[in-house]
Design a protein around this ligand. Structure first.
Ligand SMILES: [Zn+2]
Length: 267
């Protein structure tokens, strides 16, 4: 089911980890950002779009993690974009003949059978430094940074006051740092938060990759909450974050927090 969150902009929320797919209408069709997770959900989205006479003319993956790289044949064969670093990271993954088995290990066992991997990651990398998604619709600014995953992009649609944050600024997930071969994941994360803070004034609607849609008042609040988490992680100080612990939406987040703490205190 699609619901409108800003003028013409629709969201499709997955049952998996409150993942949000974003549909932005353009002149000849829609831009689809991070399409979804379960095959049945993406098929439902494809049906909803075709029932309303809309075709997908472009896709975008915010970052190279499996749950943001999926696609369904019913969504058509439009170009699917990502940053150059995102595409390079996915390309390296897909060059391994056993990539499907590797990715399947990262998917929770209870849904792995429902996640279609055949069209995963067929991303066209936009040249480094590309400022906007090339499509015939409202201008979509690409804000690339190095937090969470290589070549992660937040998307800002200024004329709709909409920020699609990818895997940051969630009310249910803590900042998850990219700890793979990164020199300074803490500073990378803080730098990305500063980039988002720089555009916060123009944002009326915040769509995180996972979690609830936020209004204007939520943008700075979530930036501050993410920054406080990253500072606490850096200082290994006591944490009072509702996304971790007994009140957390997802109990597995505590394990992620512990692993991040251990990784960073070992350095
Ligand atoms: Zn991610």
């Amino acid at each position: 089911m699609l619901r409108q969150v800003a003028e013409g902009v629709l969201i499709h929320e997955s049952e998996f980890c409150q993942s949000n797919a974003v549909v932005v209408p353009g002149r000849a069709g829609v831009l689809l950002i991070d399409p979804g997770v379960r095959g049945s959900e993406m098929a439902c989205l494809a049906n909803d779009l075709s029932d309303s006479g809309q075709t997908v003319v472009a896709g975008f993956s915010t970052h190279p993690h499996w749950d943001h790289l999926l696609w369904h044949a019913g969504l058509g064969a439009a170009p699917r974009y990502g940053t150059a670093r995102c595409a390079a990271t996915v390309g390296a993954l897909l060059s391994d003949a056993r990539w499907q088995a590797r990715i399947a290990q990262w998917i929770p066992p209870d849904i792995v059978e429902q996640v279609p991997l055949d069209l995963l990651g067929l991303i066209t990398g936009l040249p480094a430094g590309t400022a906007r998604i090339p499509w015939d619709g409202p201008q979509v600014r690409i804000i690339e940074h190095h937090a969470h995953a290589p070549g992660h992009a937040a998307l800002l649609i200024e004329e709709r006051g909409l920020l699609v944050a990818g895997d940051m600024l969630s009310d249910v997930l803590i900042p998850m740092l990219d700890l793979n071969d990164t020199a300074d994941p803490i500073e990378d994360y803080l730098a990305a938060l500063r980039l988002l803070e720089g555009v916060a004034d123009g944002v009326d609607v915040l769509v995180p990759g996972h979690g609830s849609i936020g209004g204007a008042d939520q943008v700075r609040a979530r930036i501050d909450q993410d920054r406080a988490y990253v500072h606490a992680l850096r200082n290994a100080s006591l944490l009072g974050d509702p996304r971790v612990g007994p009140l957390a939406t997802f109990d597995w987040v505590s394990g992620v927090h512990e692993r991040q703490l251990q990784h960073l205190t070992r350095r």
